[in-house]
Design a protein around this ligand. Structure first.
Ligand code: SF4
Length: 233
């Protein structure tokens, strides 16, 4: 478990993994074990998060906060502690994660953090809505891409899962690059769920695709889920 890191390349920022209340979607996504970090113990949430927030230096003026769920699952006292910290350090940009189900509430954080630009990341995983619904158990429509990309600054893709194809992955990357200002490509790593990594796809992606896009400034690629230095498992 690692909860704080500085990222110096591409999109320089400090990244924090905070502890939060359970994901509103109750861990139903078939590939997700991040929710193991969730708790309803408010004292634990306060204690863990206070320690992490104290590590912020403000060096880049940009903070990314992830919380094994969506920012809306952080209790208000945590949001207030974040606000105090980022205001005192003159942080100008905040990244948060938000599940699609919150797409009508995104403005709330802009009101809560009036001094920062709020940038949301959404875990789209794939633009193949049928695959996301049937295999990943994370159903929502991506047909209105214009609206999605207005609301969410960045999107995350999950690739190299058994059942995906090269064509699907290339199409997902193409759509993400076309519509979102930044994208994160996560190569799936086997975890405690029943979803499995496809090693042949990993081999293909690593050799044929990764070298072509790895230097693009707005694309972050996690070949391993520990690559950004914060992780649960
Ligand atoms: S992927 Fe996100 S929305 Fe799905 S269960 Fe995990 S934390 Fe919740």
């Amino acid at each position: 478990m690692q909860r704080y890191n500085k990222i110096h390349n591409k999109i320089p920022r400090e990244i924090l993994l905070l502890k939060s209340l359970p994901c509103i979607y109750s861990g139903k996504c078939s590939f997700c074990n991040y929710v193991l970090d969730n708790t309803t113990n408010l004292d634990e949430i306060r204690q863990v998060n206070d320690n992490i927030l104290n590590m912020i230096t403000g060096e880049y003026g940009v903070i990314e906060i992830i919380n094994s769920g969506s920012v809306f699952e952080l209790p208000k006292f945590v949001l207030e502690a974040i606000r105090d910290k980022v205001n005192s350090l003159k942080i100008h940009t905040l990244y948060f994660e938000a599940y699609y189900g919150y797409h009508k509430r995104l403005e709330e954080m802009a009101l809560f953090f009036p001094n920062q630009e709020i940038r949301y990341r959404i875990g789209i995983e794939t633009f193949d809505d049928e695959f996301r619904k049937r295999v990943l158990k994370k159903p929502f429509p991506t047909s209105n891409l214009e609206d999605l990309s207005k609301k969410f600054y960045a999107c995350c893709l999950l690739i190299c899962i058994k059942g995906q194809t090269q064509k699907q992955i290339l199409n997902d990357i193409h759509i993400a690059r076309t519509h979102f200002r930044e994208i994160t490509i996560n190569v799936f790593v086997n975890n405690t769920t029943a979803i499995l990594r496809d090693e042949a796809l990993v081999e293909w992606f690593s050799h044929d695709v990764y070298p072509l896009i790895k230097d693009e400034k707005n694309i972050e690629i996690l070949l391993d889920n520990k690559d950004q230095g914060v992780f649960v498992q």
